[in-house]
Structure formats: C-alpha cells, structure tokens
Design a protein around this ligand. Structure first.
Ligand code: SAM
Length: 264
C-alpha cells in the first residue's frame, strides 16, 4: 500500500490542543488519529473514487449545489465510521444529497466501496476534521439536516472535553442549518445522551422536536421509565437504520437515545 494512504499516529503534542478557529470557533480535537490499514478492496476504491466523489478540504466556503450539480436538500453526516448507515440512507433517499465526513482512513475506503457498489450519485465524502469543514467550508443556512450517529463517547471524565457535542460546536452547526432544518444525534451512552439533551436544549436557535423536560434529572427519571418522548428523546425515525452493533446492544438491554432538534 502506498504510504500516503496510511494515516500515521499524530506527532506528539498534536492531539488535544486548542485550535484557534477563523471565526472564533476553536476546538479540542474530537478524535485521535489512529494508524489504520485499508483492505486491498478499500484501498482500490479509495484511490478510484475519492478523486470523483471526494470533497477536499479548503479554507473557504463552497457552493454545495454546484458541487452536486443540482438544487436538492443537503444533509451532512459527521463521523460515518465504516459508512453502512450513510450509504443505506443515501440509497433510500435519492431526492437528497448527502455529505459524509470521516477522519479514519479505512472508514473512508469502506464508504468509497459502498458508493461504487451501490452506484450512488447523491453521496460525497470529506476526509477531514468535521469541525474545520463546517467552520470553513459550509455557508450559513445551507443544510437541510445534520446527522451525528454514535459519536465517540470519550467516557472518561478527563476526556469528556473531546466530545463533539459541546456548546460552541452546536452553535456553529445550528448556524449552518436552514430555518426548519434538523440536527439529529444518537448515542448509546446515557451520560452523553444527557449531555446532548442539555447542550442542544440550551442552544437558543434550536427547538426540541419532542417535549423538553424541565430538568436533566427529570429527563433521566423519565428515560429510565421508558417514557422517552416525555424525557426529550425522540423515537428512532425510519430513515435511521438499526446497526448490527445497536441491535445487539438493544437485545442485551442497553439503551439508545435519539435527539432531534429543529432550527427555529
Ligand atoms: C464511534 S464511531 C461511529 C461511527 C458511525 N456513525 C456508526 O454509527 O457506526 C465515531 C466516528 O466519528 C469519527 N470522528 C470523530 N471525530 C470526528 C471529526 N471531528 N470529524 C470527522 N469524523 C470524526 C471517528 O473517526 C469515528 O469513525
């Protein structure tokens, strides 16, 4: 495999640093670069597909309709992983255009393979930090929806600061949504679900699609009582397919929480 397709662990000191943003949206990296090897098929599809369907990072705003060659709703997904859900959603919704972001190179290779196999024309990939892509490339009020499915939970307290769903990034995401557009997060970590509920609920330009509980304690009590809607969590919408991992978790009695907020 050629060396440029292998991401090496970042140089010491590169992780966890505050990155000053162009418009004041600084952030701590929500991921750690892992050395990742692609299978031969992933590598071949990466090399063939990325020049065609990749959207390279640039530090200036892009015209999304021009990129996709049509005027259709644009939906961003942050952290596609291996891309199964991303490809399924794009395949089932040809009326929308999807932009998947993923930093882990085998995931990008796997999604390239799915795009080639399913011959999807409405799904493009960005192989770059989502915070920088949203901050620098996406115009205000340009998106019909944003998906953040099972973001890294960073469950140790000292790592919580790396979680993607934090107030400054949520404010930035909200600014990229059109009025009435949605932000959909899902997680299987109760503690992160409650953080999401708290952070999304505090963003003034967003409104919960289901009734908001008055306190996080009430949300927790209601969620434990499986009154998910009352607790501020949404039922899983049909467009989000159940993953194998999630299915197994649900069978073992683990919870999954969906949060769907609308831009005012
Ligand atoms: C736990 S995985 C979930 C993947 C997928 N959404 C799923 O449901 O299976 C989270 C993914 O988000 C990616 N990720 C984390 N921070 C990111 C960022 N700032 N920009 C792009 N991708 C990111 C990680 O590389 C990882 O693949």
């Amino acid at each position: 495999m050629s060396d440029d397709l292998l991401i090496h662990p970042a140089a010491e000191g590169d992780e966890g640093e505050y990155q000053a943003g162009r418009h004041g949206h600084g952030h701590i990296k929500s991921f750690v670069r892992r050395a990742g090897r692609m299978s031969e098929a992933q590598q071949r599809h990466f090399a063939e597909m990325m020049p065609k369907i990749g959207i390279p990072y640039q530090p200036t705003a892009i015209d999304l309709d021009a990129v996709y060659g049509r005027n259709a709703p644009k939906i961003l997904e942050i952290g596609c992983g291996m891309g199964e859900t991303t490809a399924k959603i794009a395949d089932a919704n040809p009326q929308n255009d999807y932009f998947g972001l993923e930093v882990h190179v085998p995931g990008v290779g796997a999604l390239c393979k799915l795009i080639a196999e399913k011959e999807l024309t409405n799904l493009r990939i960005g192989h770059h930090d989502a915070v920088e892509v949203v901050r620098d490339m996406l115009p205000e009020a340009s998106l019909a929806g944003i998906h953040i499915f099972f973001p890294d939970p960073w469950h140790k307290a000292r790592h919580n600061k790396r979680r993607l769903v934090q107030p400054p990034f949520v404010a930035l995401l909200a600014s990229r949504l059109k009025p009435g557009a949605y932000l959909h997060c899902a997680t299987d970590w109760e503690n992160y679900a409650l953080q999401m509920l708290d952070v999304l609920g505090r963003e003034p330009s967003l409104e919960n699609s289901v009734a908001n509980p008055s306190t996080v304690e009430l949300a927790l009590a209601l969620a434990a009582d499986s009154s998910a809607g009352l607790a501020g969590f949404a039922p899983r919408p049909d467009y989000r397919p159940l993953t194998k991992f999630e299915n197994r978790g649900l069978r073992l009695g683990h919870g999954v929480w969906d949060l769907i907020f609308k831009k005012r």
